[in-house]
Design a binder for this molecule. Structure first.
Ligand code: FES
Length: 477
């Protein structure tokens, strides 16, 4: 399942790290966060080397909808109420500064990445809510307005408009920046020391280390797995649908996202916690909506994205943990990866260069508020359930009962196994236990993967690792 970005971009191959390299900063992960952070550091005169386990943009950057906006859903009013004026204002302004920084960087460097300035809208059926959100956004410094009619065919009372936001092709963007940086591909970091990131064939020795590879994979210190969960969401690229001018997101549960890229209308949504699948197929549901709204359209591509969400819905950007003063992290972008990646790059540059930044405190991973507690407890409860399912739940099926293309937990003579019958009839069995912390994996029929409901690691049907925090694949039986 290739995203439209992957289908329309030819990646260059870059060298693999061999031997020891010296740098001021080693950045782990060549997605948009890692590349932007390295770029900002180099612009500030700090030499950064980027290490990527696969190829640049091969993780979540290649699966985003690539909206560049400070409008993160219907959030201004809620943030003002829950977090207070200073935090809400700082959060909005940091993200609005990120939108401006994209514009500056793309212009300054002449980057050909299909960037388009566009307005962003959040729509809702609730007129009062729209009014409240518009007022809150204005209070936080955004020249927002409320509009009654929008160009998408959803039922709503109107939308809140943030003017002059943006959209682009994320792989073209980071590819152009990476050409001006030192990036090593196929160089997975297997060990991190105080001042070194070690790969199978080499190491980068550096004053500082930045973890920018989606989920921070060092469990202790930091314990990020206790403070975030992961969600999957789905995108269908519709061809022959009427072109949109703005970018859109809905309000509330089961929200939908819309944007245009060239001749494709990207329709996204149907999010759920990783490892907890929905009853029906998310891709089919999106395709059905697409063909009901745009009968002449057809699906040209579909793909899914994985997002980390912190308990208080603000990303973790800053020092990795007490006792590791030279390690930094950026994660937990809550589906707003483009603006959050740019915020991360500016904050981390300033922290590494010893500069003051007015927004550092808002994003610091060391923050804790009692408001996070219920979510942390909920996430902890889910992890305990994932562990106990492994011990106490007996599967109803045996591998013989599996139809072509079907997967499930099955009972075998040796105990429980994860089994998948390929479309060709071959049986593929894995040990269905997550190597991260031992939770039982769940079959994801949508993508034919084994997903962990505890912290969101994912594996293909053969057991190969797709997404962390696990650092290795599962055993193939
Ligand atoms: Fe933590 Fe699976 S991701 S136990």
């Amino acid at each position: 399942m290739k995203s439209i970005w992957t289908k329309t971009y030819e990646r260059k191959s870059r060298p693999t790290l061999e031997g020891t390299v010296e740098a001021d900063v080693a950045v782990i992960g060549a997605g948009i966060t890692g590349i932007l952070t390295a770029w900002q550091l180099e612009e500030a005169g700090v030499h950064a080397v980027v290490l990527e386990a696969d190829q640049i943009g091969s993780g979540q950057t290649g699966n985003t909808t690539a909206k560049i906006t400070s409008q993160h859903g219907m959030f201004c009013h809620t943030f003002l109420e829950k977090k207070g004026e200073a935090v809400a204002r700082g959060y909005v302004q940091a993200n609005q500064a990120a939108v401006e920084e994209y514009r500056r960087l793309i212009r300054q460097e002449g980057i050909d990445c299909d960037f388009m300035e566009t307005d962003a809208y959040v729509y809702s059926r609730d007129q009062e809510k729209l009014k409240r959100e518009t007022e809150a956004a204005i209070r936080l410094g955004i020249p927002a307005s409320m509009v009654k009619n929008i160009e998408i065919p959803v039922s709503c009372a109107g939308a809140v408009r943030f003017p002059s936001q943006g959209q682009f092709h994320p792989l073209k963007f980071i590819g152009a920046l990476a050409d001006r940086l030192t990036v090593y591909e196929h160089s997975p970091v297997k060990e991190v020391r105080e001042h070194a990131a070690v790969t199978p064939h080499g190491q980068v020795r550096a004053d500082s280390i930045v973890f920018a590879a989606h989920f921070p994979f060092i469990n202790f210190p930091g314990m990020y797995f206790t403070r975030m969960h992961q969600e999957r969401s789905y995108v269908v690229a519709l061809e022959d649908a009427p072109a949109l001018q703005g970018v859109y997101i809905g309000d509330g549960e089961d929200t939908l996202s819309f944007r245009q890229y060239e001749s494709y209308l990207l329709l996204g949504g149907r999010s759920h916690r990783t490892g907890n699948r929905r009853e029906d197929s998310c891709f089919t549901a999106l395709k059905k909506m697409g063909s009901a709204w745009y009968p002449k359209s057809h699906a040209a591509a579909c793909w899914a994205a994985q997002d980390c969400i912190t308990a208080d819905e603000i990303p973790f950007i800053g020092n990795y943990a007490a006792g590791r003063p030279h390690w930094f992290v950026a994660t937990g972008f809550r589906k707003w990866g483009m603006s959050s990646a740019m915020v991360s790059s500016m904050l981390l540059r300033d922290q590494i260069c010893g500069r003051e930044n007015p927004w550092s405190r808002i994003f610091t991973p060391s923050r804790f508020s009692a408001q996070e507690l219920p979510q942390i407890l909920r996430d902890g409860g889910i992890a305990v359930k994932g562990l106990s399912r492994r011990l106490f739940q007996i599967p109803a099926e045996t591998a013989d009962a599996l139809l072509l293309g079907q997967g499930a937990l099955v009972e075998t003579e040796e105990g429980k196994a994860g089994a998948y019958r390929t479309r060709e009839g071959d049986l593929c069995q894995v040990h269905p236990v997550c190597p991260h912390l031992g939770c039982e994996l769940a079959w994801n029929p949508e993508e034919c993967t084994w997903d962990c409901p505890c912290h969101g690691s994912r594996f293909d049907f053969k057991g190969n690792l797709l997404d962390g925090p696990a650092q290795e694949g599962i055993q193939h039986e």
